[in-house]
Ligand binder design. Structure first.
Ligand code: BG6
Length: 481
């Protein structure tokens, strides 16, 4: 497929995502010589601006190391920009001409990255298809959430896309699938005889998958309030992790075999019930507790009296032979005490404990960020004369074990996958459909009944009620997470 040159077209090139994430990402891929030779990059958006403006706006986000200045010049020389509307066919014909000009008569593969607001999504995709498709090479589109806001709107979008592109052309990004430890989940599970045979309801009490962020909406309240933390993080990032933790072994590593298993395990999950969810919303920190922070409702970009959750904890139940009765607890929140994303697989108590009940539960911890790590909490004899138990860890912390290795950024990995045509780490249409089936009813109930989220203080561990919920789902504390 690399026989043709490649053109990467960034739709929405003047927006925030483009500036902060996508331009830097394509620069790093270019810098590290990972992209096909002669790749060209074209930005397209409504804003009238020159390449010089693009360079200036993105400068602060593009890391350039000493000695890379010339390479950066070459990168920008391979870039172009065109201003145009999102709805007029004629503008896309100009875009097509510009792409063709850079292709120099050789028909290139074309990759469109849609960093545009969801409101223009349909018109942009129709016009790309009709005016800008590659004739001989491939045309691929990369899209990002929101993929609708419930089952009905998501299905409408999927049907629309399906009239324009084949599934192999559509790359739905969930950037958590590009994270090192999320990609490691399958290896941990299926390349180690030690884990897989005990990966089931006989041995595992509960699984906790959490996402914590130490900042609130801070000016992004308008977007966030429409969606809330359940749609922003839980329905996509955390559910994707769940499916990789819980799925059966795929027949092969073929992307469709893997995604078949992910869909299958999701199909075993009933829609979440109201009793299995706890929602929270952060309030300002009282005087004297560190730097003053505004509560969610005090953010001027948040509508008055909003009941949108900024924190949620939900238990999901997988009704199959492996997992029946094991709660999968998804937990996520903004404005908490730290940044952390991790999976905790908590094993059952040792039956017939001969250590007077002092044996604590084993726990396999997969830390996604910050600081990738895999560790197993286990009991050991305390070294020395005494015959005491001590809880310790078998520890694979990346920063000490793999000193030289650098972990690539999720977006770099995923965008490169689109060039090479690897769909393994992208969300298939039927996965998305299952995700909405699981979450839509409870979202509706929360919204229709205007269920008030419980308050928690900015910078805290979350609502105090959440700890009670964890023990209700048979997750025992042995730390403060
Ligand atoms: C995004 C959410 O998908 O993920 C954001 O929309 C969130 O609200 C972000 O901050 C977190 O990503 P990361 O990679 O920083 O954990």
């Amino acid at each position: 497929e690399f026989q043709y040159p490649h053109t990467f077209i960034l739709m929405g090139a003047s927006g925030d995502l483009a500036k902060k994430k996508i331009y830097p990402t394509i620069w790093y891929l270019y810098r590290d010589n990972l992209l096909p030779k002669h790749s060209k990059f074209i930005g397209y958006a409504r804003t009238k601006q020159t390449m010089q403006d693009v360079r200036e706006k993105t400068k602060k986000y593009m890391k350039v190391r000493p000695g890379e200045e010339e390479l950066l010049e070459n990168f920008w020389a391979a870039n172009d920009y065109l201003a145009g509307s999102y709805d007029k066919r004629i503008d896309y014909e100009f875009l097509n001409q510009l792409i063709s000009k850079h292709e120099k008569g050789i028909c290139a593969n074309r990759i469109f990255y849609l960093a545009v607001p969801p409101t223009v999504f349909e018109e942009v995709t129709v016009n790309i298809k009709n005016a800008c498709s590659s004739i001989k090479g491939f045309t691929r589109v990369i899209i990002e959430k929101p993929f609708g806001r419930d089952d009905v709107s998501s299905e409408k979008l999927s049907n629309h896309l399906a009239t324009l592109f084949r599934e192999e052309q559509i790359y739905r990004i969930d950037h958590y699938l590009g994270k090192e430890m999320v990609q490691n989940l399958m290896t941990i599970r299926f390349a180690n005889q030690i884990f897989n045979p005990a990966w089931n309801r006989e041995n595992i009490a509960s699984v906790l998958i959490s996402f914590k962020e130490p900042f609130g909406t801070e000016g992004r309240g308008g977007y966030f309030d429409d969606f809330g933390i359940i749609r922003d993080v839980m329905q996509n990032h955390l559910l994707q992790i769940l499916s990789l933790v819980a799925m059966e072994k795929p027949v092969t590593l073929n992307p469709n075999d893997i995604r078949d298993e992910k869909v299958k395990v999701l199909r075993h999950i009933n829609p979440i019930e109201l009793k299995d969810i706890l929602v929270g919303q952060y309030v300002g920190n009282p005087d004297g507790q560190g730097e003053e922070k505004l509560g969610y409702l005090n953010d001027p970009t948040v509508p008055k009296g909003s009941v949108t959750p900024t924190y949620a904890l939900a238990a999901l139940w997988i009704n199959n032979a492996r997992w029946q009765g094991v709660p999968f607890i998804l937990r996520c929140g903004k404005a908490l005490n730290e940044r952390k994303a991790e999976v905790r697989v908590q094993y059952k108590d040792v039956p017939g404990d001969i250590f007077s009940g002092h044996s604590k539960r084993n726990e396999l911890v997969i830390r996604v960020q910050p600081g990738e790590a895999l560790y197993l909490k286990m009991m050991s004899k305390s070294p020395g004369m005494k015959f005491d138990l001590v809880e310790t860890e078998l520890d694979l912390t990346y920063s000490t074990r793999y000193k030289e290795a650098s972990v690539p950024d999720a977006y770099e990995r995923l965008i490169l996958d689109v060039f090479t045509g690897t769909q393994m780490h992208f969300v298939r249409n039927d996965e998305l459909k299952e995700a909405w089936r699981i979450f839509t009813p409870v979202l509706k109930k929360l919204e229709e009944n205007k269920i008030k989220p419980v308050p928690y203080v900015y910078g805290s561990r979350g609502p105090p009620e959440a700890d009670g919920k964890l023990s209700e789902y048979d997750f025992k504390f042995s730390g403060s997470y």
